[in-house]
Every structure is written in structure tokens, then in C-alpha cells.
Write a protein that binds this ligand. Sequence first.
Ligand code: ADP
Length: 688
Amino acid sequence: MSKKPREAQERGAACPLPAEQVARLYAAGSEAALARLCAIEYVTEAALSNLPLEDLLGELLRRIRRVLRGDAARLSLISDDRLGVRVHAFDGLAPQAPEDWFIPMGRGLAGRVATSGEPMMYDDLTRYEVISPSLRAEMRSQIAAPLVVEGRIIGVVDVNSAEPHHFATEDLRLLQLVADRAALAIENARLFQRARFEQTRWRATVESMPDPVAVVDEKGRIVYMNAAYQRQIGPVARLGLSVEERRDLFRLFHSDGRPLQSQELPLYRALLLGEVVRNVETVQRSDGRERFTVWNAAPLRANDRITGAVTVGRDVTQERQAEAERIRLFDEIERRAAELDATITSVADGLIIYSPEGEIVRMNPAAETILGYTPAMRQRPISERLPLLHMELPDGQPLPPDDSPPSRSLRGETVRGMVLVLHPPTGRTVWLSASAGPIHTAEGELLGSVVTFTDITRLHELQEQLEDVLRAVSHDLRNPLAVIQGQAQLLLRALDKAGITGGEHRSVESILTSAQRMNTMIQDLVDAARQEAGVLHLDRQSVDLRAAVTDIVGRLAGTLDTSRIRIEAPADLPRVSADPSRLERILVNLISNALKYSAPGSEVTIALSRQGGEVVTAVADHGQGIAPEELSRVFERYYRAPAARAQPGGLGLGLHITRVLVEAHGGRIWAESTLGQGSTFSFALPVA
Ligand code: ADP
């Protein structure tokens, strides 16, 4: 027994003890003690601890097996479910069968040591339960010691020999020493792994944080910063620079624009003053961009000494920019509102903006003057306010408040140029041309409505005066004409009776024709003037067009060669709504043109027909026709075709006023013509 350690020493495992200690023990004759010390030192040599855990465990097993001259050594760890121990490292005999790898708790030597926590020895394996088939087949003695960490059993180390009674109690103690050493190494490795894991996790977390984080040492040198910090701070964020060294690089400002000294930075205040600093906002300017950050910082202490500081910032650039944008927009809105205000105030037209409920939101001075609302009246609900105006239509019919432009626009309708007569509280009668429309948001929500109105009272008065003049003109000019026409007709009849034909007869005829033409021209001029002044009013009736045409042609017989005219009309022609005197003027103008601009004796047709909801009257001749470039212009005021200009007796007003009259009826007029073949002038009037 006692020679084994010496053999171990002899086998080349040179004693790692200092030489003088070896010499001293040897001199003292403590050969056994020396051998044991050498063996212990050999197995647990400090140099081993630098190895990675797995290598360390393998080396420990190899050395203990060598020192104890064993044939197999194993290190097993208690399984997570604590049902047994599992071989983790081995030397010598390699485990083969599953039972070689896993030994249940309380079974076999390893299982029993794992349960009891006491080192144990089997000196003859044939007398004990051996779980591992390999051990049973090849080994005869075994020792095992528990791996204990802080009183907790974590596994077992065993050494086996093919010889029975191979191990001594002394060996068991040595094995326990190795087991303790291995347990410590395992635990350290585990702690180290956990620490490393924690650190990796912490770093990964901080690294991926969108907020800038930096740690400085006691000199203010950055020892750690995450990517966000580098982004936020830019080139100044350099590891290893002291506060002093970083000072020049700083381009930081307080949020009010004052430059910020580096020692004012929360990180350095925390470091220098040892206090927690909160919510300091800085502005960083680089590449023409501004970055706003709110910083917090705290000192780091170890044993009451400040060893550094940590800072965490929050990028508030977007918030600040949004705020600045909000302020800018607000200013812009205010500026625009002021502009709009000035515009609204200065326009001469009345303008009122209503809320969806009909309250007056805005009202310009012109509107106040026109409507004469007192402040108290303005406050009243729309249902009470509108009746105060006693609105009427131009024909004197009262206008129900619900049909007025404000009410209609609040229902979403658009009103354009509606003429109203108001009798507001001022006592003055006002003529208005009012327009109104709803105000919608882009999403279609009704925000209210806007009504504008122009005081046309003066215009209306002028129109009335004009109408008086026109009436007088047409009356006063046409009266003597009627006398001329009447006398000429009498004269004609007298000449007929006397059987006088020839020159005298033709003279009287031409008096009659000229008077007729003059009559037409006066009416055209008067209606043109009315139309221009916007006071052309129709006196509509239900008219049978066929009868009207026949009647008019009959009446023209005295002055025009109506024998050339042929009327084509179906018997069931629907009636139209028309002003008879204006209808006559339309027909007279077209018929006289057709007769005038075609050869004497050639036929002129007046064809009436229903086409859809309209009755179309087409006056066709076989005259000279109109060139295409002139055709589009014949309805223009004062237009006369070059050929016609040579002919006297035209103003170029007839077709223009004809179109005005047709359109005043809600109808259409058009012309078709082929040069040298004739022209067709047609107009359509809506069925009554
Ligand atoms: P006016 O007959 O007094 O010249 P109008 O307005 O009636 O004026 O007609 C304008 C022009 O259109 C005429 O000058 C003439 O050149 C042309 N015109 C009108 N009707 C016919 C027609 N039936 N055939 C050919 N030309 C016509």
C-alpha cells in the first residue's frame, strides 16, 4: 500500500512541490507524507484551473487514476430529474451499454454515494450490486466520493481497479480531495457560464435599445456605449476619451440654444457630483440636422467610491420636430385666418358663414349693413331670424324661409344668383342677388355653409328706368308706324278699287313693306336692349304652333310674297308654352330671311314636327345658301354675311335676337346650309 504513492512519484509524475520542501520532508524521514503531498499536489495542481472545464475534468480523472493506479475513472452528475447519476467524463474504460451511462439513485456504488454523500469503497465487486455491465465484467474493486457544492450533492467521482482489494482508506481521502476540486471547478464553470450568459443577454438588450446608453469610468472615459448612443452623439462618441478630451468635440446645446459645456452633461454631473441627474434636454447639431435628447444619468459606486457613471437618453427629435411643425402650422393657420378675415371684411358683397345649425359664425360689415341685424337679432336661431327679413321673389310672391339660400345651402344645395327682395328691419326694401353653398370637409362632413349677396337695388331701379324708356321708345316709334301702315293699306285698297296698278301701286306697297320691316327692327332693337340689361321677361301661354304659324303667314300676306310659303304640320302636334308676341317675332324673322335670301318665286317650306319632348320648326329655302365659315357666325349680334352687306334693310340683329328669344323659352336654334342650294333654320321648343 505505502509504496503506491512513491510509485506514482516514480512513474514520472514529478513532484510539483518546491524542491526545499521536498528535501525537508525527505530528511525528516516522512517519506509517506511526502509521497501523499506530492500526489495531492500533482492531482490538484493550480495550473489545471486554467483549462476549460471539460479538459480540466478529463485531466483530473486521468491524474487520479494514475495516482491510484486504477483502471477506470468516471465522473457522473446527478440528472436534472434527480433519479440517478449520468456519466459526464471518463478515463480508462469507456461506457458502452445504457446502464454504463446511467446509474439510478441508491443503486450500485455511485448511486449509493450520490444518495448518502459519503465516500465509499467496494473491495470485491463480486459481492455487491454493480449496475454498469462493463464494470461488472472487468472491474473487481471500486472507490467513490461525492461531488458536493455548498452542501449540495451534484455528482460522484469513482475509480475502479481490475484487482480486488486494490484501494486503501487513504486512497478514498485522496479521491475526496479530487472530488472537491472537481466540484469547485464545475461550480465555477457554471457560475462563469451564467455570468457570461447574463452579460451577453444584458449587452444584447442594451445594444438593441433604441435609447442611447453609455457607461464611463471614474475618469469619464467611455467604457461602453450602445449603437443608439453612437448614432445620437455622432463622432464625439469614442471609447476611451476623457471628459477633457471630449470637450472640444462637443457640439451640444441646451434646448434653448445656449451652448452646453461638457461638464454640464448629466453623465459628467453624475460622475463629478455623485448625484442622479434627470431630464436634461440637449440639442446635437451635425450635418445640418438637429437631434434632441433627454438625458438621465446616475453615478456607479463600489465600496462608497464613485467608479463611473451611466447615462440613458431618449431621442425626442421627432416629438420636438412635430411640436415645431404644429407651431408652424398653427401660425400658418392664424396667418391665413387673418388674411381671410381681412378679405371677408373688405369685400363689398355681403358674406355670412353659417354653422351646420344655422348660427351665424361670421358676418362681414357689408352683410350687416344690408341686413340691418342688431347684435340681439344675430343671436336668434335661424328659424326666428330669417322671417325678420320678409323675403319675396321678384314677382312679389313671399319666399318661405325654408326656400331661402341659407336654408337651402344648409341642406347641401348650391344656389347661384337667386334674385330676392328683402324688407329687413331697417325699413328699406333691398333687392339682392344671392348665392350660397355648403362647406364640406375633405371627408364630406358638413361644416356649415356660406352665403354671399350683392345689393342690386340700384341696378334694379336702373333696369326699371330702362324698361320705362324701352317701353316708351317702342310705343312712341311704333305708333306713327302703325298710322303709316294703316294709311298705306287704305291707299292700297283705294287704288285696287280704282283699278290702278303699276308705279303708284308699287310705291304704296313698298311704303307698307318698309314700315313692316321698320316695325320688326324696332322690336328687335328693344328686345336686344332688354336682353342686354337682363330684363327680358316672357309672357308665356300654351300655344298651338300649327295655328300660330298659319295665322302669322296669313298676316304677312299684305307685305311679303307668302304665296311662296308651304306649311307642313301633323294634325296631332302637341302645344308648346310660349310668349305669342315673341314667337311671332321668331317666325317673322326666319320667314322673312328665307324669302329675302332666296330667288323670287322659289319655294319656302315651314315644317313642324314633334321630336322627343320638343316641337321643331324648320324654315327651309332654296336660296343662295351660307358658306360654312359664315354659318357659325350668323347668330352673332350685328353679323351680316359679306354678300348680304350689299343688300339694304338689315341690321344683322334679326338672327341674334331670334336666338335670344328661342333660348329665353328654354329652346334651341340651329342652321344648316349648302351654298347655292339653300338654307334651313330650325328651332326646337319644349312641349308644354
Ligand atoms: P339681316 O338679315 O338683317 O342682315 P340677320 O341676323 O337676320 O340679319 O341675318 C344675318 C345674316 O345671315 C344675314 O346678313 C345673311 O347673310 C345671313 N342669312 C340669314 N338668313 C339667311 C338665309 N335664309 N339664307 C342665306 N343667308 C341668310
